[in-house]
Every structure is written in C-alpha cells, then in structure tokens.
Write a protein that binds this ligand. Structure first.
Ligand SMILES: Cc1cc2nc3c(=O)[nH]c(=O)nc-3n(C[C@H](O)[C@H](O)[C@H](O)COP(=O)(O)OP(=O)(O)OC[C@H]3O[C@@H](n4cnc5c(N)ncnc54)[C@H](O)[C@@H]3O)c2cc1C
Length: 469
C-alpha cells in the first residue's frame, strides 16, 4: 500500500481518504480531492496550476474553517490558506496541503449609514470597489481588480488612494479570526488587540481571517486614468520628485514598460518605452487638473487618458494584470532612487527578456506615513517609494530561468538602494528577506503574538515568522 508522508507522520493512503471523508461530512461547504472534477480548477491561481494539494476545503463559513483547522491539527496535515490566489510566492496552493479555500466566501455588505463594509476574504478588490462606489465610497485595495482581500489585507494593502487614506489595514475596524486552537474570535483595538495588531501586516501568520469590517472613505467620482510619458531619465526623475511632494489627494502607480496596444495608446507609439503613470485624484476635480500640471509639464505625453470617472474605472487600466500570467519579482522600499538606479532600470528595460516585463514605481507618504510604525505589523511607514521589478511572460512554456535572470540582474544593480520590503511582494526569498519586511522590533513582537495564538506554527505556509516567546 502506498503511503503519504506529512512531515513527521506517515499515514497509509487509504486512511487519509477515509479521514478526509469525515471532514467532508462536517463541512457546509465542499471538499475537493484529487479525484473531484473541480480539482484542476481549484488548484489554478493567477500564476497557473503549480501545485498538487491533498484537498481543498471550499469553506462556507467560519465554522467550516474551524472544522478544517481542527482536522489538520488532529492529523498533522499541513494547512494553507487561499483567498484570491495571487500569492507571488505560491504559498496559498501548496503541494500536499489541505487548503482552506475561500473562493466561495466573497460576500461584500456595505452599510452607507456608517460608511462601513463587511467583506469576506474570498472577495476581490473589484468585488468591493463596485458595491462601495454605488454609495460614493471606496477602500484602498489592490491596483488590479482580481487581487484577493484575504492576502492583500493581512499583508497591508497599498492601493490607489493610499496617500490620502492610508493602507487597507489602516481602515480595518475589526476582523473575525479563526485561531490555531480552533476558536472564532473578534480582533479589534479592544478585543484581542495583539492579534489585531498582527493580522494587520503579519501576512496570515497569526490566524485565518474569515471576515473584515472596514471604514470606507467618501470617494465616488475621481480624476483618474493613465498619463503616459516618454521614458527618459528626466521624466522619471521629475515623476519621482513630484509624486511624494504632491497633494495627498494624488496617488500614482507608474509602470516603466513597453506601451501596450491599449485603446488609449496611439498605434504608432505601441512598443515604445514609456512611463505609464496610473493615477487617482480624490479631491475637487478642478484642483486635480492643477495638481496634475507638473506631471503633464514633464514631457509631451504619449497618451493622456485622464478623465473624471467612478473610482472602480481605474481598474480598466490594469485589467491586463488580472489575466493569467507568469512572473519573476523582486521589490523594495526606498527613501531615494539615484540617477544611477534610473539608468540601470532604463538599460534593463531596453534589454528585457519579455515585452511584458516592467518596473513599477509608487510614491508613498501622506496618510500612509502618519501611522506610527509600531501601530501595526506593517512597519515601513516612512519610506518614500515602493519599487518592483516584475518580469512577466504569458506562455508558461517559455524559459523561466531566462526571465528570472533578467529580474535578478536588475535587482543586483539597484537593491543596495532599498530600505525594507513589502511582505506581499516577496517571492520565496528566504528568512533574511522576511526580516527585511519586519524590522527587529516588529519581528520580535510578531513571533511573540504567534507563540500566543499559534504555538505549533500550524499557519506556516506564508512568509513565516516562527513562534517565539
Ligand atoms: C496582479 C497583482 C497585482 C497586485 N497588486 C497589489 C497592489 O496594488 N497592492 C498590494 O498591496 N498588493 C498587490 N499585490 C500583492 C498581493 O497583495 C498579494 O499577492 C496578496 O497575497 C494577494 O492576496 P490573495 O488573497 O489574492 O492571495 P492568496 O494567494 O489567496 O493568499 C496569499 C497569502 O495570504 C495569506 N492569506 C490569504 N487569505 C488569508 C486569510 N483569509 N486569512 C489569513 N491569511 C490569509 C496566506 O498566507 C496566503 O498564502 C498584487 C499581486 C498581483 C499578483
């Protein structure tokens, strides 16, 4: 008889199947095993079907999550957690794991009176943006509609209104969490405050969130879109200088990329190296036009597709990123970006291994920076920039090593200018990089909270901070 090995425990295969059946009957949701018709769909994330988990528990409520956690504890089975399936490190759908799968739990309930929203973790950034906009409200979430709330929020959540309203976690009022002990608790400033601290940036180390309650911002109609400029050193420098000094109503995400064949790009400019500045202005529209003048003055635009729009309209400009793709990523925060780094980035883009690869630059500051670094497990509050080198290719048959080499070469050229990293933009890069995400004091506190809520490190398929008292 074949056997399946789970770390220290070896369970005969027939026993595993029998045991899974007992779990199946305990769930309101469904259990998908390798012989289920849905298995291949379940294991497919935005980066493809990369792993073969033991089974997916498509949970329907918090009680289902308790059943899965208890089952995994009892049988020593590794557990992973999948909300939107966008983990850059492929940590949500893992070989041999029992996956807590939130794809069925994607309810969004907006209360216009209190300007709050209750959101289940399987909802995506786009699932929230639409219903919130119906009431003239918004939350800063992912830059792409498909990014899942479960992973995004537990890591921090840097979105299109971060300079005005902070991170997604800065707008989190409370969360329902299932702990490793199989308890359903509410975490907030007043209930389980340590757990509440840890789930805001701790990346799923402390517990499994089954529902978030957010304060929404009064953001309905915005000035937004894509200001696409030629990618010269002067334009990039001008962009970097302005976007951290601009009024807080302006948040930008700029991609240094080869202009795609999008409707707003003149056909004769497609393929040109450009700085595509995706932006959202949340204030008075006329004041927004004035605030954009310094960016527009940097160069004759390749395309100027800035217009008043409902907030979710900005997702039209990033719809390409929600398509299945392959990626190789290195990222960092930075206080400053030197002329040498800009030159290295431009040279790398000229020799990119894929026409889809890009370097992303985001200006931070504003409300993001006003939160005390100790207030949440996301500590990098005083950094000016977020920089990500993103090698992207469409065909999984392409040579991954070639694209990874491109990312790595540029990373080696600029990483010395980095000051920490965002946990949600880490691949599996080792412990030293996890420590870059969590400065010493944050790391130590996270390890202590982990020891209190997950002493056996059940929740370890994440950017793991092992428990330590
Ligand atoms: C195309 C793309 C665009 C992105 N844009 C942005 C952006 O603009 N801003 C930004 O901040 N990030 C962005 N990200 C990064 C994103 O925040 C992370 O990839 C995040 O983990 C995705 O969450 P998910 O639920 O989709 O992922 P999943 O793969 O489902 O989960 C990732 C990890 O999060 C943890 N997790 C998931 N759900 C829960 C839960 N319910 N409770 C506890 N822990 C949980 C687990 O450790 C899991 O391994 C982007 C990623 C992609 C691929």
């Amino acid at each position: 008889m074949t056997a399946v090995s789970f770390s220290s425990v070896v369970i005969p295969a027939a026993t595993v199947a029998d045991q899974l059946d007992t779990l199946r009957f305990r769930l309101t949701g469904e259990l998908i095993t390798s012989d289920s018709i849905d298995y291949d769909t379940a294991r497919t994330t935005i980066f493809g079907a990369l792993a073969r988990p033991l089974a997916f528990a498509r949970v329907a409520n918090a009680e289902d999550v308790v059943a899965v956690v208890t089952f995994a504890q009892e049988h020593g089975i590794p557990l992973s957690v999948r909300s939107g399936g966008h983990s850059l490190a492929w940590l949500s759908v893992v070989d041999g794991a029992l996956v807590v799968d939130f794809t069925r739990m994607k309810l969004v309930m907006v209360d216009p009176e209190t300007r709050t929203a209750r959101v289940q973790p399987g909802a995506t950034s786009g699932d929230l943006a639409g219903p919130a906009n119906a009431h003239g409200l918004a939350l800063t979430t992912g830059d792409t509609h498909s990014v899942g709330m479960g992973g995004l929020v537990t890591g921090g959540g840097i979105g299109f209104i971060v300079r005005k309203y902070g991170l997604a976690i800065d707008n989190l009022l409370s969360a329902q969490v299932v702990t490793a002990a199989g308890e359903i608790v509410t975490a907030s400033e007043t209930e389980h405050p340590d757990l509440f601290w840890a789930i805001r940036g701790g990346g799923g180390n402390a517990g499994i969130v089954t529902e978030f309650t957010f304060q929404l911002a009064p953001v309905g109609q915005v000035l937004g879109g894509d200001l696409m400029l030629p990618a010269t050193p002067e334009v990039i420098r001008g962009y970097l200088d302005y976007v951290v000094a601009a009024p807080e109503d302006l948040t930008t995400i700029a991609n240094l990329e080869h202009a795609p064949p999008a409707p707003h790009v003149p056909p004769d400019r497609v393929g040109e190296l450009v700085l595509s500045i995706l932006l959202v202005w949340t204030g008075d529209l006329e004041a927004g036009e004035r605030a954009l003048a310094p960016l527009r003055a940097l160069a004759d635009p390749v395309a100027d597709a800035i217009a008043p729009m409902p907030y979710p309209g900005i997702y039209d400009f990033t719809a390409f990123a929600a398509e299945p793709h392959n990626a190789s990523i290195r990222s960092m925060f930075a206080d400053a970006i030197s002329d040498d780094a800009i030159a290295a980035i431009l040279t790398a883009m000229d020799t990119a291994s894929s026409p889809f690869s890009l370097v992303q630059l985001r200006g931070l500051g504003g409300a993001f920076a006003r939160v005390d670094p100790d207030a949440t497990a996301f500590a990098h509050r005083d950094r000016n920039y977020f920089v990500a080198i993103i090698g992207i290719w469409a065909d999984p048959e392409e040579d991954r090593a070639l694209h990874e080499a491109w990312t790595a070469a540029l990373w080696e050229a600029i990483r010395h200018e980095g000051q920490g990293v965002y946990v949600n933009f880490l691949e599996e890069e080792g412990e030293a990089r996890i420590r870059e995400a969590y400065p010493e004091a944050t790391y130590t506190r996270l390890a202590r909270v982990k020891a209190a809520y997950d002493p056996e490190n059940l929740f370890r398929h994440n950017q793991n901070v092992p428990p330590k008292r």
